[in-house]
Design a protein around this ligand. Structure first.
Ligand SMILES: [Fe+2]
Length: 307
Protein backbone atom coordinates (compact mmCIF):
# COMPACT_ATOMS: atom_id res chain seq x y z
CA UNK A 1 0.00 0.00 0.00
CA UNK A 2 1.22 3.49 -0.87
CA UNK A 3 2.12 5.21 2.40
CA UNK A 4 -0.21 8.11 1.65
CA UNK A 5 -3.01 5.57 1.23
CA UNK A 6 -2.06 4.15 4.59
CA UNK A 7 -2.45 7.56 6.18
CA UNK A 8 -5.91 8.15 4.79
CA UNK A 9 -6.81 4.53 5.61
CA UNK A 10 -6.78 5.68 9.22
CA UNK A 11 -9.30 8.32 8.22
CA UNK A 12 -11.42 6.24 5.90
CA UNK A 13 -14.55 8.26 6.69
CA UNK A 14 -12.74 11.52 6.08
CA UNK A 15 -13.76 13.58 3.07
CA UNK A 16 -10.03 14.02 2.51
CA UNK A 17 -9.58 10.30 1.90
CA UNK A 18 -9.20 9.52 -1.78
CA UNK A 19 -10.99 6.26 -1.13
CA UNK A 20 -14.16 8.00 -0.12
CA UNK A 21 -15.56 9.98 -3.01
CA UNK A 22 -19.02 10.03 -1.53
CA UNK A 23 -17.92 11.76 1.68
CA UNK A 24 -15.68 14.09 -0.32
CA UNK A 25 -18.43 15.19 -2.72
CA UNK A 26 -20.90 15.79 0.12
CA UNK A 27 -18.28 17.78 2.06
CA UNK A 28 -17.24 19.69 -1.07
CA UNK A 29 -20.80 20.78 -1.82
CA UNK A 30 -21.34 21.99 1.71
CA UNK A 31 -17.95 23.70 1.76
CA UNK A 32 -18.55 25.67 -1.43
CA UNK A 33 -22.16 26.52 -0.62
CA UNK A 34 -22.30 30.22 0.19
CA UNK A 35 -18.52 30.29 0.63
CA UNK A 36 -18.10 33.57 -1.22
CA UNK A 37 -20.76 35.25 0.88
CA UNK A 38 -18.89 34.36 4.05
CA UNK A 39 -15.56 35.34 2.54
CA UNK A 40 -16.79 38.72 1.34
CA UNK A 41 -18.54 39.53 4.60
CA UNK A 42 -17.50 42.77 6.21
CA UNK A 43 -14.80 42.47 8.86
CA UNK A 44 -16.13 41.50 12.27
CA UNK A 45 -16.04 44.58 14.46
CA UNK A 46 -14.49 43.89 17.86
CA UNK A 47 -15.27 46.56 20.43
CA UNK A 48 -12.53 45.46 22.87
CA UNK A 49 -9.78 43.33 21.34
CA UNK A 50 -8.71 42.06 24.76
CA UNK A 51 -12.17 40.73 25.48
CA UNK A 52 -14.50 40.16 22.49
CA UNK A 53 -18.19 39.80 23.36
CA UNK A 54 -19.91 36.42 23.08
CA UNK A 55 -21.56 37.53 19.87
CA UNK A 56 -18.24 38.72 18.40
CA UNK A 57 -16.55 35.44 19.37
CA UNK A 58 -19.36 33.49 17.75
CA UNK A 59 -19.03 35.46 14.51
CA UNK A 60 -15.25 34.90 14.47
CA UNK A 61 -15.69 31.16 15.10
CA UNK A 62 -18.49 30.78 12.52
CA UNK A 63 -16.43 32.47 9.84
CA UNK A 64 -13.36 30.36 10.61
CA UNK A 65 -15.48 27.20 10.53
CA UNK A 66 -16.73 28.12 7.06
CA UNK A 67 -13.65 29.65 5.43
CA UNK A 68 -10.81 29.00 7.91
CA UNK A 69 -10.21 32.74 8.14
CA UNK A 70 -11.88 35.91 9.29
CA UNK A 71 -11.06 39.59 9.06
CA UNK A 72 -11.71 41.72 12.09
CA UNK A 73 -11.38 45.36 12.94
CA UNK A 74 -10.67 46.87 16.31
CA UNK A 75 -9.79 50.33 17.54
CA UNK A 76 -7.71 51.99 14.80
CA UNK A 77 -6.45 54.59 17.27
CA UNK A 78 -4.78 51.92 19.36
CA UNK A 79 -1.24 52.16 18.01
CA UNK A 80 0.81 51.68 21.19
CA UNK A 81 2.70 48.46 20.42
CA UNK A 82 2.96 47.35 24.07
CA UNK A 83 -0.77 47.80 24.60
CA UNK A 84 -1.62 45.94 21.37
CA UNK A 85 0.64 43.04 22.34
CA UNK A 86 -1.15 42.64 25.67
CA UNK A 87 -4.53 42.83 23.97
CA UNK A 88 -3.56 40.23 21.36
CA UNK A 89 -2.42 37.90 24.10
CA UNK A 90 -5.76 38.22 25.82
CA UNK A 91 -7.65 37.94 22.51
CA UNK A 92 -5.84 34.66 21.79
CA UNK A 93 -6.83 33.28 25.17
CA UNK A 94 -10.45 34.26 24.59
CA UNK A 95 -10.38 32.31 21.30
CA UNK A 96 -8.91 29.24 23.05
CA UNK A 97 -5.55 29.50 21.29
CA UNK A 98 -2.22 28.26 22.67
CA UNK A 99 0.65 30.52 21.65
CA UNK A 100 3.66 28.85 20.04
CA UNK A 101 6.38 30.81 21.75
CA UNK A 102 9.60 29.32 20.62
CA UNK A 103 10.01 31.15 17.35
CA UNK A 104 13.45 32.73 17.22
CA UNK A 105 12.03 36.23 16.67
CA UNK A 106 9.19 35.88 19.15
CA UNK A 107 9.35 39.03 21.16
CA UNK A 108 7.49 40.01 24.22
CA UNK A 109 4.50 37.78 24.99
CA UNK A 110 5.37 35.37 22.17
CA UNK A 111 4.33 37.91 19.55
CA UNK A 112 6.53 38.72 16.56
CA UNK A 113 6.77 42.27 15.23
CA UNK A 114 6.94 42.19 11.43
CA UNK A 115 8.66 45.39 10.42
CA UNK A 116 11.73 46.44 8.52
CA UNK A 117 14.62 45.49 10.76
CA UNK A 118 18.37 45.54 10.62
CA UNK A 119 18.72 43.53 13.84
CA UNK A 120 21.39 40.86 13.57
CA UNK A 121 19.04 37.95 14.26
CA UNK A 122 16.59 39.12 11.58
CA UNK A 123 19.07 40.08 8.91
CA UNK A 124 18.54 38.27 5.66
CA UNK A 125 15.02 37.13 6.55
CA UNK A 126 12.47 38.40 4.06
CA UNK A 127 9.67 39.06 6.59
CA UNK A 128 11.84 41.85 8.06
CA UNK A 129 12.44 43.55 4.73
CA UNK A 130 10.20 45.46 2.28
CA UNK A 131 10.30 42.63 -0.18
CA UNK A 132 7.35 40.53 -1.30
CA UNK A 133 6.78 37.13 0.33
CA UNK A 134 5.62 34.25 -1.80
CA UNK A 135 2.79 31.85 -0.91
CA UNK A 136 3.26 29.72 2.20
CA UNK A 137 1.63 28.45 5.34
CA UNK A 138 3.34 29.43 8.58
CA UNK A 139 5.81 27.07 10.24
CA UNK A 140 6.25 24.84 7.17
CA UNK A 141 9.79 24.10 8.41
CA UNK A 142 8.59 22.95 11.83
CA UNK A 143 8.65 19.33 12.95
CA UNK A 144 5.42 17.34 13.29
CA UNK A 145 5.13 18.16 17.00
CA UNK A 146 5.43 21.87 16.32
CA UNK A 147 2.76 22.28 13.67
CA UNK A 148 1.20 25.72 13.44
CA UNK A 149 -2.54 25.36 13.14
CA UNK A 150 -3.70 28.94 13.60
CA UNK A 151 -2.34 32.45 13.52
CA UNK A 152 -3.20 36.12 13.77
CA UNK A 153 -1.79 38.90 11.63
CA UNK A 154 -2.66 42.24 13.18
CA UNK A 155 -1.93 45.58 11.56
CA UNK A 156 -0.72 48.28 13.94
CA UNK A 157 0.46 50.63 11.15
CA UNK A 158 0.01 49.96 7.43
CA UNK A 159 2.61 50.71 4.79
CA UNK A 160 2.34 53.96 2.87
CA UNK A 161 2.36 51.93 -0.31
CA UNK A 162 1.79 48.20 -0.90
CA UNK A 163 2.00 45.47 1.73
CA UNK A 164 -1.10 43.73 0.37
CA UNK A 165 -1.87 40.19 1.56
CA UNK A 166 -3.60 37.46 -0.41
CA UNK A 167 -5.13 34.60 1.52
CA UNK A 168 -6.43 31.21 0.40
CA UNK A 169 -8.11 28.53 2.50
CA UNK A 170 -6.09 25.29 2.19
CA UNK A 171 -9.35 23.36 1.87
CA UNK A 172 -10.09 25.35 -1.30
CA UNK A 173 -6.60 24.56 -2.61
CA UNK A 174 -7.32 20.88 -1.82
CA UNK A 175 -10.60 21.03 -3.77
CA UNK A 176 -9.01 22.71 -6.77
CA UNK A 177 -6.25 20.09 -6.88
CA UNK A 178 -8.54 17.12 -6.40
CA UNK A 179 -10.91 18.45 -9.06
CA UNK A 180 -7.99 18.63 -11.49
CA UNK A 181 -6.61 15.19 -10.64
CA UNK A 182 -6.85 13.14 -7.42
CA UNK A 183 -3.29 11.95 -8.14
CA UNK A 184 -2.13 15.45 -7.12
CA UNK A 185 -3.57 14.87 -3.64
CA UNK A 186 -1.97 11.46 -3.43
CA UNK A 187 1.43 12.93 -4.30
CA UNK A 188 1.12 15.80 -1.81
CA UNK A 189 -0.01 13.51 1.03
CA UNK A 190 3.13 11.46 0.70
CA UNK A 191 5.07 11.61 4.00
CA UNK A 192 8.22 12.61 2.14
CA UNK A 193 6.65 15.00 -0.36
CA UNK A 194 8.51 18.12 0.81
CA UNK A 195 11.90 18.49 2.48
CA UNK A 196 13.26 21.69 4.01
CA UNK A 197 16.94 21.14 4.80
CA UNK A 198 18.44 21.99 8.17
CA UNK A 199 19.40 25.58 8.67
CA UNK A 200 21.91 27.34 10.88
CA UNK A 201 20.13 30.25 12.55
CA UNK A 202 21.93 33.57 13.06
CA UNK A 203 22.05 32.84 16.81
CA UNK A 204 23.99 29.66 16.09
CA UNK A 205 21.23 27.15 16.79
CA UNK A 206 20.53 24.48 14.22
CA UNK A 207 17.01 24.02 12.92
CA UNK A 208 16.74 20.35 11.95
CA UNK A 209 15.68 19.09 8.55
CA UNK A 210 11.89 18.99 8.10
CA UNK A 211 10.50 16.18 5.95
CA UNK A 212 6.77 15.72 5.57
CA UNK A 213 3.62 15.86 3.51
CA UNK A 214 1.96 18.99 2.15
CA UNK A 215 -1.52 17.82 3.15
CA UNK A 216 -2.14 15.78 6.25
CA UNK A 217 -5.13 14.95 8.40
CA UNK A 218 -5.09 15.76 12.09
CA UNK A 219 -6.44 13.27 14.65
CA UNK A 220 -9.54 15.48 14.95
CA UNK A 221 -10.13 15.07 11.20
CA UNK A 222 -9.11 18.56 10.10
CA UNK A 223 -6.88 19.16 7.11
CA UNK A 224 -3.42 20.63 7.75
CA UNK A 225 -1.32 22.17 4.99
CA UNK A 226 2.45 22.61 5.04
CA UNK A 227 3.68 24.51 2.01
CA UNK A 228 6.07 27.08 0.66
CA UNK A 229 6.43 28.34 -2.87
CA UNK A 230 10.12 29.03 -2.30
CA UNK A 231 12.42 27.40 -4.80
CA UNK A 232 15.69 27.60 -2.89
CA UNK A 233 16.53 25.48 0.15
CA UNK A 234 13.73 23.04 -0.55
CA UNK A 235 13.55 19.70 -2.24
CA UNK A 236 10.47 17.99 -3.56
CA UNK A 237 10.12 14.23 -3.79
CA UNK A 238 11.63 13.29 -7.11
CA UNK A 239 8.70 11.67 -8.91
CA UNK A 240 6.72 12.83 -11.96
CA UNK A 241 3.54 12.78 -9.84
CA UNK A 242 5.03 15.16 -7.27
CA UNK A 243 6.37 17.48 -9.96
CA UNK A 244 2.95 17.59 -11.65
CA UNK A 245 1.16 18.22 -8.35
CA UNK A 246 3.50 21.06 -7.37
CA UNK A 247 3.10 22.62 -10.80
CA UNK A 248 -0.69 22.44 -10.53
CA UNK A 249 -0.62 24.03 -7.08
CA UNK A 250 1.66 26.80 -8.35
CA UNK A 251 -0.78 27.50 -11.19
CA UNK A 252 -3.70 27.65 -8.78
CA UNK A 253 -1.91 30.06 -6.45
CA UNK A 254 -0.74 32.27 -9.30
CA UNK A 255 -4.23 32.31 -10.81
CA UNK A 256 -7.15 34.51 -9.84
CA UNK A 257 -9.30 32.08 -7.95
CA UNK A 258 -12.52 33.89 -6.92
CA UNK A 259 -12.15 32.35 -3.47
CA UNK A 260 -8.83 34.01 -2.89
CA UNK A 261 -9.05 37.05 -0.63
CA UNK A 262 -6.97 40.15 -1.27
CA UNK A 263 -6.69 42.57 1.60
CA UNK A 264 -4.69 45.64 2.50
CA UNK A 265 -5.15 45.85 6.22
CA UNK A 266 -5.68 49.20 7.89
CA UNK A 267 -4.62 50.11 11.42
CA UNK A 268 -6.56 48.02 13.92
CA UNK A 269 -7.54 45.37 11.38
CA UNK A 270 -6.35 41.80 11.46
CA UNK A 271 -6.80 38.30 10.15
CA UNK A 272 -7.53 35.38 12.43
CA UNK A 273 -7.13 32.09 10.62
CA UNK A 274 -6.44 28.38 10.76
CA UNK A 275 -3.02 28.93 9.17
CA UNK A 276 -4.29 29.58 5.66
CA UNK A 277 -2.06 30.05 2.62
CA UNK A 278 -0.91 33.65 2.34
CA UNK A 279 1.55 35.94 0.62
CA UNK A 280 2.51 39.62 0.73
CA UNK A 281 3.40 42.20 -1.87
CA UNK A 282 6.44 44.42 -1.36
CA UNK A 283 5.87 47.79 0.25
CA UNK A 284 7.28 51.31 0.69
CA UNK A 285 9.82 50.94 -2.12
CA UNK A 286 11.62 54.22 -1.50
CA UNK A 287 14.53 52.90 0.58
CA UNK A 288 15.64 56.44 1.45
CA UNK A 289 12.47 56.87 3.52
CA UNK A 290 11.68 54.94 6.65
CA UNK A 291 8.84 52.41 6.44
CA UNK A 292 6.43 52.64 9.35
CA UNK A 293 4.60 49.40 8.56
CA UNK A 294 4.13 47.29 11.68
CA UNK A 295 2.24 44.03 11.82
CA UNK A 296 2.12 41.67 14.76
CA UNK A 297 2.06 37.96 14.10
CA UNK A 298 1.02 35.38 16.66
CA UNK A 299 1.20 31.65 15.93
CA UNK A 300 -0.70 28.90 17.68
CA UNK A 301 -0.48 25.15 17.97
CA UNK A 302 -4.24 24.59 17.96
CA UNK A 303 -7.13 25.70 15.78
CA UNK A 304 -9.50 28.60 16.42
CA UNK A 305 -12.16 27.60 18.93
CA UNK A 306 -15.48 26.76 17.30
CA UNK A 307 -14.04 26.22 13.84
FE1 LIG B 1 3.47 33.91 7.03
Amino acid sequence: MHTADKIVQDHIDSPFSLQNDKAYLAWREEKLDNYSRFLQAQPVTISDLSNPTESERRKLGDSCRKTNLVLYESDAENTDPAAVRAQLRSFAECMGLRIAERHRSAGELGIVALQVSKAERQRGYIPYTRRPINWHTDGYYNGPDERIRAMVLHCVRPAEDGGVNQLLDPEIAYIRLRDRDPAHINALMHPKAMTIPENREPDGTLRPVSIGPVFSIDPDGSLVMRYTARTRSISWRDTPETTAAVRALTEILNGDDPMMLTVRMKAGQGVLCNNVLHNRTGFDPDASAESRRLLFRVRFHNRVKGS
